[in-house]
Design a binder for this molecule. Structure first.
Ligand SMILES: Nc1ncnc2c1ncn2[C@@H]1O[C@H](COP(=O)(O)OP(=O)(O)OP(=O)(O)O)[C@@H](O)[C@H]1O
Length: 526
């Protein structure tokens, strides 16, 4: 009887957790939120640290941490099959218990950056995650691993945790398979430029600075409308943050884990926009060599962001109206109706009311998308945001370019505050990126700001440069601008500056610039 009681005492907490996990795995919850709850439960109920699931990407043939209930140091870390404990468990399909991380030669500590002290105090348990093999009935394949850190314990206790984790991993086979598919789907959308962000399933909500009263109001509106299904119309000048707020609305909605698909209606010729939005059947028109899904289908259960909606042709407008109202679409060249569950967010900098008056924009579509309009004021009308934003972008870029820049000098702040910012937040962001690149001190000064912001006195009062130093600064500015424009291509920069490659190469070295860094900054759209 004593043995039974001891046994019940030992397995009681495990059973309790298993019951909890089963209760969140019902059809009512999405696979991702079930998995997240599961990891949280492991941490909270069993003191397991950094519980995480790594999934194998068949395309890159690497494993990557795809969900975790912990802060990662290196979210991009990957493991080849066989590499480290994670790679070994994946390859062999057998669990591994590491009693002390520090003492195991195969323990790589790639993703979480544990300290030396932790490595000496923690054990690691990693079990395979299996899923039914699609190609062979009854068989299973390893699609990833589930791992936890555990404060050091006797080996038989660690073994018991390991058995328990194997049971848990067995329960999540289907969810893990969905996770693998979703990662592939998101990668595909990102590669096509149809979805924002990284394929990290754990990525944070967009980083928004909103100090001024009008922007706090905008944030409130985002919070109010986010969870609903309402169509939102974001209005504001170019660069005010419409796309960023569209992302925030999507993040605040129950659709957050499904795709946010974007289309800039002005970026494609009107005849292509319809095929992009609704897809086409093979042979629908010359060049339609195979069936293609449209963005409405790709955004199913997620959100579709239509930027520059005022640029849609009248024929596309009619189809978008139908898709929003009836929740169904037809691919070009097909009679078949496809049901789509898509929330639409639109944006424009144009005067849609005027376009309705002129017959360029359908009135019924205007009313349909104008259910919840949000106006984002230009930056010059909310100057309280300038300094907090400048500080925010300074931090972002100082980190990106590994520079130890602490602050913006008072005269430089004055210049930022005086300027009218016709390009709005985008211009301010670019301005800070440039300043960080140019700055080799701990403070951003007026001469690090672009000439458009400078006034004669401002640049003179702040610097006491000799003629030679001033010329050198100016030369460096020109060089940085040219390299940014040429995305780090020194040959192109030389052509633009109309000097030889040899000179550019020499100056780049002289000023200690790294041309490669400009290629990464040039990759982002804005
Ligand atoms: N409040 C904010 N906080 C932090 N970053 C912001 C903010 N507003 C805008 N940004 C940044 O400024 C840049 C421009 O914003 P965004 O692309 O959202 O503008 P937009 O209004 O959609 O422009 P366009 O109409 O030209 O497409 C982006 O890099 C965005 O992240």
């Amino acid at each position: 009887m004593d043995d039974v009681a001891t046994c019940a005492q030992e397995i009681g907490p495990y059973l309790h957790t298993l019951r909890k996990i089963l209760s969140v795995m019902g059809p009512q919850s999405s696979f991702q939120s079930s998995l997240k709850t599961l990891l949280k439960t492991l941490a909270e109920d069993h003191g397991m640290l950094r519980p995480h699931i790594s999934i194998f990407d068949p395309e890159t043939k690497h494993l990557k941490v795809s969900l975790t209930h912990a802060q990662m140091k290196n979210a991009q870390a990957t493991y080849e099959p066989g590499q480290g404990i994670t790679g070994q468990v994946f390859t062999t399909g057998q669990p591994v218990v590491v009693p002390v991380m520090k003492e195991h030669p195969a323990f790589l500590n790639k993703a979480f950056g544990r300290t030396e002290e932790e490595l000496g105090k923690l054990a690691f348990v990693c079990v395979p995650v299996l899923s039914p093999n699609k190609d062979s009935e009854g068989a299973q394949e390893v699609i990833g691993t589930m791992s936890v850190d555990i404060p050091r314990e006797p080996v038989d206790m660690l073994e018991a945790h390991c058995r328990f984790l194997e049971v848990v991993a067995g329960m999540i086979a289907n969810q893990a398979a969905y996770l693998q598919e979703e990662i592939a789907r998101q990668k595909h959308l990102i590669a096509q430029g149809l979805m924002a962000g990284s394929s990290d399933m754990d990525s944070e909500a967009p980083n928004i600075v909103a100090s001024s009263k009008p922007m706090r109001l905008v944030l409130n509106q985002v919070r109010q409308v986010g969870p609903s299904r309402a169509t939102v119309l974001l209005r504001g000048e170019s660069g005010t943050g419409k796309e960023l707020f569209a992302e925030a609305i999507h993040q605040a909605s129950p659709r957050a884990e499904m795709p946010l698909v974007k289309l800039n209606c002005a970026a494609l010729p009107s005849e292509l926009v319809e095929s992009e939005l609704f897809g086409h059947q093979k042979g629908a028109f010359t060049g339609a060599v195979q069936n293609k899904k449209g963005l409405f289908e790709l955004a199913h259960q997620g959100t579709l962001f239509l930027d520059e909606i005022g640029e849609l042709s009248l024929s596309a407008q009619a189809k978008v109206l139908r898709a929003i109202q009836e929740q169904e679409i037809q691919r070009l060249g097909s009679e078949q109706t496809i049901n789509v569950d898509v929330r639409v967010i639109c944006a424009t900098h144009q005067n849609l009311e005027e376009q309705v008056e002129n017959g360029q924009f359908r009135e019924d579509l205007y009313y349909r998308i104008n259910v919840f309009p949000i106006f984002i004021p230009p930056l010059r009308e909310r100057r309280e945001d300038i300094l907090p934003m400048a500080e925010h972008f300074l931090k972002v870029y100082a980190k990106e370019y590994s520079k130890d820049i602490k602050r913006v000098s008072t005269p430089a702040i004055e210049l930022l505050n005086q300027y009218d910012w016709p390009g709005n937040v985008r211009e301010l962001k670019n301005c800070l990126e440039r300043a960080v690149l140019l700055c080799d001190e701990s403070v951003i000064r007026t001469y690090h700001l672009p000439p458009t912001l400078q006034t004669a006195e401002s640049s003179a009062t702040d610097t006491n440069l000799s003629f030679c130093d001033a010329v050198a600064k100016f030369e460096q500015e020109l060089l940085v601008d040219a390299l940014k424009k040429a995305k780090g291509n020194m040959l192109q920069a030389a052509r633009d500056l109309r000097v030889s490659y040899r000179i550019v190469n020499y100056k780049v070295k002289k000023y200690g610039l790294d041309a490669k860094k400009f290629s990464s900054s040039g990759r982002s759209k804005k």
